[in-house]
Design a protein around this ligand. Structure first.
Ligand code: G6P
Length: 610
């Protein structure tokens, strides 16, 4: 989604803005722009459709605005196509702004402003806010912003420059995230802290409807009644290196390689005396024993992590689990209330639908546990309990290390629940916990051994137009994530099917143009999955089989066209290692097709609007 930055200090502002915007590229965007106060205190705006490089080229060719205070934006189009005109910043005579979010009542506000003689250049909802700020401008930016906040509905994070106040930037948010950074003689605004890590780790989290006023040497905050407030200074615990590629060609492959460490960092601190211990987040054995039902709600990859969680929890703790897509949950009047547990999984902690689902669950009296990667994000702050996945910043749009840590947390939770429910013995729980702690090593081994095969198989998929992933049980839950990964980064259409469901329709699609990726890591289901493999192969499909070495030893040669084998570990934990070849395969297929796996077209890392 859109990214916002702002800078005040001694450095060349255009440089800092483009630099910090490049750190937000991962959020997904289709145009970019900056606006800077020049030496004459007029605002110079430069915008360009497409990648940041287009903006850089334009700045190079036409000259950069010279100055030390300015705002910048990467736009993910919602209202109006990607174009120079629709790009941010947007201006009215006395105001220039950047915006992330959606102004829901922009149409009626626009009609009102047109009636008042205002004209518009773009099709965006953002320009309406710029015009409205200008319309209500009373010489006092704070009262003007406050007035406008009372008129607009929807979600927004805004960076605002008033022509009359060339030494400052104003920032305000409702729903959409925004932070305010501070260094010595420099201040910043940004959609998230990774944007400014190379300059400072110190920042404030702006809360809903708070307004920040920044000069290069000062930051002040007011609440929605315009009463001054003090805010706690936070220190990011992510290093700037964590948000850089560090020698890898892409963030996606870097983050795949970071998975062993991410699992270790996430799992180890939650183990006490050989057993999972989630008390740090407020989850005691007594509490989890009492929950009447468990519902996992999330979007995208995080929802797939919930599906693995369902199989694991139901498998060992014998507690029924519902998994729901957040955008469905929030509008289907879910049967949730007191005594129920709702688990919200989210990497960013800002996904609009997941946040709305959280609020709905709380409103109905359910307890909400959030499994979140971004510290201090909205979902983390609003949940009753939080378990952080300690994956570090995930920059590639396609989630990899966040997923692996999300499922690792689901395992910890399932083991603890099983203990609480007495469905496993302490000894068995200790054995499973130990096996989970050995996963970083197993994942490292898989990364080291499957790379070449995945590269080769990826090269065989470049001409495919459509693919099927099949699996049973945990392998089915996992293949949903494998399929999503491939379609996200390679743009090949792909679906995941429960292998046993193929005969009920989908097998009619199988021919020699439809490769099938079968996942078989569960020994009790292996024979059944292999029968499905034989069925699709005899109808012409090229089959890529991802299976354990134990499975590979049992099947006949020639059953699959390509085999990607991984070591057999505890079967319950197989998704942790088996996801790795699926991720690497998606990565190489993307590259072989000339795509950029880090920034897939049309996708955004953090979906902060509905
Ligand atoms: C977007 C991202 C996905 C992510 C999903 C949920 O679609 O591109 O990678 O899985 O949002 O995001 P969250 O931050 O809530 O995990």
């Amino acid at each position: 989604m859109c990214g916002i930055v702002g800078y005040l200090g001694h450095r060349d502002c255009s440089d800092v803005l483009v630099d910090t915007l490049s750190n937000l590229e991962y959020r997904g965007y289709d145009s970019a722009g900056i606006a800077v106060f020049d030496a004459q205190n007029t605002i110079q705006t430069v915008k360009a459709q497409g990648k940041l490089q287009n903006l850089r080229n334009k700045l190079e060719k036409n000259g950069r605005p010279e100055g030390h205070i300015g705002i910048g934006h990467t736009r993910w189009a919602t209202h109006g196509e990607p174009s120079d005109i629709n790009s941010h910043p947007h201006s009215a005579p006395r105001v220039t702004i950047v915006h992330n979010g959606i102004i829901e009542n922009y149409q009626e506000l626009k009609e009102f402003l047109i009636g008042e003689g205002r004209t518009f250049l773009s099709e965006t909802d953002t320009e309406v806010v710029a015009q409205l700020l200008d319309y209500y401008y009373d010489g006092n930016p704070l009262t003007t912003i406050d007035r406008v906040m009372g008129e607009v509905s929807g979600s927004f994070a805004l960076g605002i420059m008033f022509m009359d106040f060339p030494d400052r930037i104003y920032a305000v948010r409702r729903e959409s995230p925004l932070i305010v950074g501070v260094a010595d003689g420099e201040t910043f605004i940004a959609s998230d802290v990774t944007a400014i890590l190379q300059y400072t780790k110190n920042y404030y989290l702006l809360e809903h409807d708070e307004i920040a006023t920044l000069t290069k040497d000062s930051i002040s905050f007011v609440d929605k009644r315009l009463v001054p407030i003090e805010k706690e200074l936070k220190v990011a615990d992510w290093d700037k290196e964590a948000a850089q590629k560090g020698g890898y060609a892409h963030f996606m492959i870097k983050e795949i390689n970071e998975q062993p460490n991410a699992i270790m960092t996430t799992v180890n601190p939650r183990i006490k005396d050989g057993l999972p211990n989630l008390e740090e987040c407020g989850l005691t054995l007594e509490m989890i024993r009492e929950f009447k039902s468990i519902t996992v709600v999330a979007c995208g990859t995080a929802m797939h992590a919930g599906l693995v969680g369902k199989y694991v929890i139901e498998g060992i703790a014998r507690v029924p689990v519902t998994v729901d897509i957040a955008s469905e949950f929030r509008y289907r009047n879910p049967i949730i209330g007191e005594g129920d547990l709702v688990i919200i999984i989210s990497q960013s902690g800002e996904t609009a639908d997941s946040l709305a689902a959280l609020r709905l669950a709380k409103q109905r009296g359910a307890k909400v546990l959030a499994i979140v990667n971004a510290k201090g994000s909205s979902i983390a702050r609003e949940a009753d309990m939080v378990i952080y996945t300690l994956a570090g910043p995930e920059i590639a749009v396609a989630s990899t290390k966040a997923y692996i840590t999300q499922i690792s947390v689901m395992y910890l939770f399932a083991f603890e629940l099983a203990l609480a429910k007495d469905t496993v013995s302490v000894a068995e729980c200790k054995r499973l916990t130990k096996a989970l702690q050995q996963m970083p090593e197993a994942v490292q081994y898989v990364i080291d051994t499957v790379d070449e095969t995945c590269k080769f198989v990826g090269s065989q998929l470049i001409t495919a137009e459509s693919l099927l992933y099949i699996g049973r049980g945990l392998d089915y839950a996992l293949s949903m994530e494998g399929s999503l990964k491939l379609k996200e980064v390679s743009y090949i259409h792909s679906e995941s099917y429960a292998a046993g469901e193929l005969k009920h329709g989908t097998i009619s699609l199988i021919d020699d143009d439809m490769p099938v990726i079968a996942v078989a890591t569960q020994s009790d289901l292996m024979e059944k999955t292999i029968s499905n493999v034989v069925e699709v192969k005899s109808r012409g499909a090229k089959v890529i089989l991802v299976c354990t070495d134990a499975c590979a030893a049992k099947i006949k040669d020639g059953i699959a066209d390509y085999m990607i084998t991984i070591p057999h570990t505890d079967e319950l934990l197989m998704p942790i290692t088996a996801v790795v070849p699926l991720q690497i395969l998606a990565y190489y297929t993307s590259i072989n097709r000339g795509a950029n796996p880090d920034q897939p077209k049309n996708l955004a890392k953090s979906v902060t609007v509905e």
